[in-house]
Design a protein around this ligand. Sequence first.
Ligand SMILES: C[S@@+](CC[C@H](N)C(=O)[O-])C[C@H]1O[C@@H](n2cnc3c(N)ncnc32)[C@H](O)[C@@H]1O
Length: 291
Amino acid sequence: MHNTSMNLPEHLAVRLRALAEQSGSSEEEVIRELVEQRLADLATTQPSEAPVPGRFVGVGVGPGPADLVTFKAVHALRRADRVVAPCTSVEAIGRAEAIVREAAPDVVVERMVFVMVVEHEVRAAALREVCERIVAYLAAGDEVAFITLGDPNLYSTVSSVVAGILARRPGTITATVPGIAAFQALAMEADVVLTDEQQSLLLLPASVAPEVIDEALADRTRTVVLYKGGGRIAAIADHLEAADRLGPAMLGELIGMPGQRVTPVADVRDRPASYLSAVISPAPEGIGPTP
Ligand SMILES: C[S@@+](CC[C@H](N)C(=O)[O-])C[C@H]1O[C@@H](n2cnc3c(N)ncnc32)[C@H](O)[C@@H]1O
């Protein structure tokens, strides 16, 4: 073993020495291995193509954990001339931006305020302003990446932003990069099979009419996923109970984020949950015979 002559801060020197001792290699060998590993990582996370001037790309960054952001998403963020993120105020880091900070800290994110109030006209005005700013960037020749939680094609602001851009700048090239959806991460955390054999899957916002939820649950070969139901857990539990599906139903709150809770709906039916909550009611029937 040989001690490196590199001038490292004490805490790194100590860790390097420990790594060398553990592996029985010299400190130089450990450093070489780490550089090789970093270069291999960069090879898989570097942009592989040039930005397309005036293209808008909706990029899904998954539900929360940085390691659920795809390589393709990181490529798209590093490639874009501008990366914009929805937020509730310019001082507030949105969830999607927080994920990007962890997954690709080198990416500079510009915040754009989306107003989440009930008044339709106030929301629409904020959305118009966002679209106009993005269109100005696109017209100037920038490729703009817009980050969103989960997947950009599932209940995402991306679709309304795309519509607003196309209304102002017809012919704009738009694209999306898929992300892991929250319900997929919940299936992982709760150890739930979403579908098998003859089963189907239905994803619904919990705000649909009550009879739509009852109808969805009535098909026992159908797994039902409810989004946006954080404030309606008690009502959701009542629907599940009436359909004899309460027991196995799982709630995932703030998946992959501080405060994550994954729990049977039955255990928390008397408590409201965060807006970032999803419920899975696994199909009770429809799997094939046990091999
Ligand atoms: C505007 S939708 C975004 C959906 C997202 N595009 C996706 O693919 O999952 C917001 C809803 O997604 C779900 N959601 C998103 N991220 C979540 C998370 N980290 N934990 C639990 N639910 C989440 C919740 O049901 C929330 O009300």
